[in-house]
Design a protein around this ligand. Structure first.
Ligand code: PGA
Length: 249
């Protein structure tokens, strides 16, 4: 059975004190759930998050990392640094990294390879822009994002990959894909995986939906058979909202 995951991407929000406060509240209120729960605070607060969540069900992820293991890359963070503080999950390819920091499929491929070589689990984000959906090219766009960055992987590599379909037009906009649109794309992604890797791999890969998931729409989106949880932005910044979403799984 593939895992269900609810992951909170805090983006560039929450200072140290706010990180501690949100984690304390989250841990106090965390419901019983079979889903994995993950939070991704900013780099400077990752060590604190690892400490605060130690012994709990909550896992910690980084929002990005460099593909080299060390060197002259001012301002960057190496995978070994993350591992040395106990972080073994990393979000790669978020649309904000692609749009504002020029990350393309070729760069992401290198980052994924490094993450795998370092034994880290990758939450790989991808999804079409509004114009691409309007013109009907969204399936092609998604297929090529997957192909370019991931389809060189071996079958066993996929044990360490979580996919996060995040249509760009739904991120931070309040506009959510309908549960049917999410299911349609997730089923397409699984079918595409099956055609390359076979059904055993396709059935085991967790595919998250991201883009304006809220307590009020989470349960319906998560009820779809190919939606295995969510990557949550804005609503992960309030413990009650994030818990409302976890309760939807
Ligand atoms: P959102 O962000 O929930 O605020 O739309 C989702 C994401 O960027 O992962």
């Amino acid at each position: 059975m593939r895992s269900k995951i609810v992951a909170g991407n805090w983006k560039m929000n929450k200072n140290l004190e706010e990180t501690q406060a949100l984690l304390t509240e989250l841990l106090q209120k965390l419901p019983e759930t079979t889903a994995e729960v993950m939070v991704a605070p900013t780099f400077v607060n990752l060590a604190e998050a690892v400490k605060a969540t130690a012994g709990s069900k909550v896992e910690v992820a980084a929002q990005n990392m460099h593909f080299e293991e060390s060197g002259a890359f001012t301002g960057e963070i190496a995978p070994g640094m993350l591992k040395s503080i106990g972080v073994t999950n990393v979000i790669l390819g978020h649309s904000e990294r692609r749009a504002y920091f020029g990350e393309d499929d070729a760069l992401l491929k290198k980052k994924v390879d490094t993450a795998l070589a370092q034994g880290m689990r990758t939450i790989f984000c991808f999804g079409e822009e509004l114009e691409q959906r309007k013109s009907g090219s969204h399936f092609d766009v998604v297929e090529s994002q997957l192909k370019n960055a991931l389809f060189h992987l071996t079958e066993s590599d996929w044990k360490h990959i979580v996919l996060a379909y995040e249509p760009v037009w739904a991120i931070g906009t309040g506009e959510t894909a309908t549960p049917e649109q999410a299911q349609e794309m997730h089923a397409f992604i699984r079918k595409t995986l099956e055609s390359v890797y076979g059904s055993a791999v396709a059935e085991e890969v967790t595919i998250l939906y991201g883009g304006s998931v809220k307590p009020g729409n989470a349960a319906e989106i998560f009820s779809k058979p190919d939606v295995d949880g969510g990557l949550i932005g804005g609503a992960a910044l309030k413990a009650d909202d994030f818990i409302g979403i976890i309760n939807g799984i």
